[in-house]
Design a protein around this ligand. Structure first.
Ligand code: ZN
Length: 244
C-alpha cells in the first residue's frame, strides 16, 4: 500500500507535522483511507494517533487510527468522498505524550533485563500510566526501588535515542541487541532479498526492534515512577508506571 506506515520514516516521533493528501476510500463502517498517511496506527502496545481531517474550513475528527492492510482513520459521520483533498492534523499533544511514554517503557524493559534477566512479555502504554509484564528467571530477586533507581539513572543521563534500519548481518554482529535469537527470528520472517528491521537504540542501555514513536533523548521523560506491582503468576510481575 502506498500509504503504509509512513510514520516509520520519522524520528523523533514528536510534533508530527500536518499533511495534505487525498481521500482514497471511505469504508462502509466510516473508516477513511488516505492516499498517504503519517499517522501512527495502534500497535506494539502503543495507542494509535487521533486528530482531525480539514476540508473546506470544516474539521472532521477521527478516532484512534488502526492498520490492517491500510491505515484506517475512523470517522463517525463521513461526509467525505473519494478524491477529496484534506489536510490531516494529528493530535500532537497525545502523540508527544505517547512518544515520551514509549521511550520510558524501553528504559524500564531494558534495565529489568540488564539487572534480573527479565523478559518483557506484554505491555500497554497510555498517556498518563502504563503497564509492562516482566517474566523473571527468579522473581524473588526483584526489587522495586532498584528498578526505579536504574530507570531514572538513564532518564537523568539524557541518553540520545536513534532509529536504524538494519539487516540481519548487522543485527547478528552487534552484541548490544537484546534477545538476539528472538530478533533474528523476526527478521527471518520479514522475508525478501535484503530484509531490514527498524531498530531503536537508547545510547548505553537499549537496542531492540520497534515500530513505535520516540523522543530524541531520554531527558524529557523527566522521571519514571514505579507504581503498583501485581503478581501475574508464572514468574511474572505486572509493573505499573507513570511519568513525573
Ligand atoms: Zn518499542
Amino acid at each position: 500500500m502506498s500509504n503504509f506506515r509512513r510514520h516509520l520514516d520519522f524520528h523523533p516521533g514528536t510534533d508530527p507535522p500536518s499533511f495534505t493528501t487525498a481521500v482514497d476510500d471511505v469504508l462502509p463502517d466510516g473508516g477513511v483511507v488516505l492516499s498517504e498517511s503519517w499517522c501512527y496506527p495502534k500497535g506494539g502496545g502503543q495507542p494509535g494517533d487521533t486528530g482531525v481531517l480539514k476540508l473546506d474550513g470544516e474539521s472532521i475528527p477521527f478516532g484512534e487510527v488502526t492498520a490492517t492492510n491500510a491505515i484506517i482513520h475512523p470517522v463517525e459521520d463521513p461526509t467525505l468522498e473519494v478524491g477529496d483533498e484534506v489536510e490531516c492534523v494529528i493530535d500532537g499533544a497525545r502523540r508527544n505524550a505517547l512518544a515520551r511514554m514509549h521511550s520510558a517503557a524501553h528504559i524500564v524493559s531494558a534495565v529489568a533485563n540488564e539487572r534480573w534477566g527479565a523478559i518483557t512479555v506484554g505491555n500497554q502504554l497510555n498517556q498518563a500510566t502504563s503497564r509492562m509484564d516482566l517474566k523473571f528467571e527468579n522473581r524473588e530477586l526483584f526489587d522495586k526501588d532498584q528498578l526505579s533507581e536504574d530507570a531514572n539513572y538513564w532518564v537523568d543521563n539524557d541518553s540520545r535515542i536513534h532509529v536504524h534500519e538494519w539487516g540481519r548481518d548487522q543485527i547478528s554482529s552487534d552484541d548490544r541487541v537484546r534477545n538476539k535469537r528472538f530478533v533474528e527470528r523476526i527478521i527471518d520472517r520479514v522475508g525478501g532479498e535484503d530484509p531490514q528491521l527498524r531498530m531503536v537504540e537508547i545510547e548505553g542501555i537499549d537496542l531492540c526492534p520497534c515500530a513505535g514513536t520516540h523522543l530524541s533523548s531520554t531527558g524529557p521523560i523527566e522521571g519514571i515512577t514505579i507504581d503498583r506491582v501485581q503478581n501475574k503468576g508464572k514468574g511474572t510481575f505486572r509493573i505499573n508506571f507513570s511519568l513525573n
